[in-house]
Ligand binder design. Sequence first.
Ligand code: ATP
Length: 299
Amino acid sequence: MSTELAIRLRGVVKRYGAITAVDGLDLDVPLGTCVGLLGPNGAGKSTTMRLLTAQSIADEGELEVLGFRLPDESKAARAECGVVPQLDNLDTTLTVEQNLLVFTHLYRIPRAERREAIERALRMANLVDRRDTRADKLSGGMRRRLLIARALVHRPRLVLMDEPTVGLDPQVRQELWALIDSLRSEGTTILMSTHYIEEAQRLADTVLIMSHGKAVAAGPPSDLVLQHAGREALEVYGPPSRLAEVEAEAGAAGLRTRRTGTSVSILGAEAGNGYAVEGERRPANLEDVFVLLTGEEIA
Ligand code: ATP
């Protein structure tokens, strides 16, 4: 049993018929950190989250959550976890406060502590003024905040969030980032799946990039950027034929490139390798790494 790791996966495999959704995954989430699980559609992020909540059972490998082995000790693990599902499953016939109350019962919070637990969750999610609003009358962002509040009501040591801001507008997303960040600064351990690169770059201490069920890279975002994409990217614009030429020339000079729709980004451009071309310099970023390693453009 590991004491310093909130989550430890080794060689985890999950198959659905001919599809191997998770294919020999190793994942470490140290206590007190925020880890982002990043990957394109179908990479296996949601499957990994379902394995961690024992909604799915792995075919192979070792899974430990807060020192409990899954699936045998999943009940004990779940009692100390908060889960924010991708799909909103709030009870829409209940008010904000009633939704939270149901969860204080589910998590067996002693009667004398329920009131304070609810008030704390309402404050964290900034829903104090909305306590009497029925869930179906909330905006999308408020509903998502309530989902998070509901997952926090029993002060879990570990929070699992599956795509916490998917489908929300940028303003609401930023509101949620502030909420997640405040949780993190309180020392709550967070594992968050996302396909928003910026979300991972802003919130995660370390990210694990998944592709086809496998981990293709793991580490702090800035380390991954430096390791795979260097310090600077040179953005070169032009018609498709010109872009293809630049790709070939840069490739011949030993430089890595990626397409960004209307441009080619030459990565590690600070090295140059004797190849000079007109373009716009910018810092390399996690999206460059993501595209290099998974071959996917971010929507
Ligand atoms: P997204 O970002 O689109 O949610 P993801 O990274 O979460 O993608 P998963 O939902 O874990 O990916 O899916 C990984 C693969 O496993 C996909 O090919 C998917 O079709 C398949 N898969 C997932 N769940 C099931 C299931 N219950 N039955 C059959 N195939 C499944």
